[in-house]
Ligand binder design. Structure first.
Ligand code: C5P
Length: 231
């Protein structure tokens, strides 16, 4: 499980990570914190967080993405995201750059943002239904050598079918029962996300914006343990 450190400053991110790390979770750094603090901020965070999942959703021409992947890998990250819509050549360039690093990060392709619903997908010109769209991007990501994809829990089973057992499926859009969806459109409970085949869940505001983040995280972990026992 990754907790998304979507904060505007390093101090809060560090405090949050220090509080939650004893539970064994990992952490994700995204655009907000990275644009504020950059690679230096990331380096300062690593002793508290351990290797992070750097979620910058890179989407540019192959050479530019490869350069960004090399730079991120040099900082030392668990994994990073590129956008599957960048196309096969871009994905291959990212995979190659990651693989050439001293400490190769996992290269994960974002399929369709979990904030998009079917109507929003159609509005950007994609005629295929969400599942078919995510499935074809998962095929593309696998063909390009990516380690896995980021998809919503609603497509986790489809992606697992495409990628097989060793293809990583990472799902944001996780919402414990009764928690506000916020700007996310395709959501599921932690139990449902894991049952659908997710390897890693990403959870942000249900934990980080809770009155007691540690208690909120423990509740999610307890839900997952109970689901595991029931299997
Ligand atoms: O707060 P919340 O649980 O919605 O956070 C989800 C996190 O996952 C955010 O950091 C967001 O940027 C990220 N994410 C996402 N949908 C994707 C890929 C990443 O929500 N498809």
């Amino acid at each position: 499980m990754f907790v998304a450190l979507d904060f505007a400053d390093l101090k809060r991110a560090r405090e949050c990570a220090a509080e939650l790390r004893p539970t064994g979770v990992r952490f994700k750094v995204g655009l907000e914190l990275f644009c504020r603090t950059g690679p230096e901020g990331l380096r300062a965070l690593l002793p508290v967080t351990g290797p992070v999942f750097l979620d910058l959703k890179l989407h540019d021409i192959p050479r530019t993405v490869a350069g960004a992947v090399r730079a991120a890998a040099a900082v030392g990250v668990w994994g990073l995201t590129v956008h599957a819509l960048g196309g096969e050549a871009m994905l291959r360039a990212a995979v190659e750059a990651a693989g050439a690093a001293d400490r190769p990060p996992r290269c994960l392709a974002v399929t369709a943002l979990t904030s998009l619903d079917e109507a929003a997908l159609a509005a950007v010109g994609v005629a295929a239904p969400m599942r078919a769209h995510v499935s074809s991007l998962a095929h593309l990501a696998q063909a390009a050598g990516c380690d896995g994809v980021v998809a919503s829990p609603e497509e986790a089973a489809v992606v697992r079918g495409v990628g097989g057992p060793s293809f990583l499926v990472v799902t944001p859009g996780v919402r414990p029962a009764g928690v506000d969806q916020g700007d996310q459109a395709r959501v599921a409970t932690p139990t449902a996300a894991v049952a659908a085949g997710a390897d890693y869940l990403v959870i942000g505001r249900p934990v980080t914006a809770a009155a007691d983040p540690l208690a909120a995280l423990r509740a999610v972990l307890a839900e997952l343990e109970a689901a595991e026992r029931a299997r």
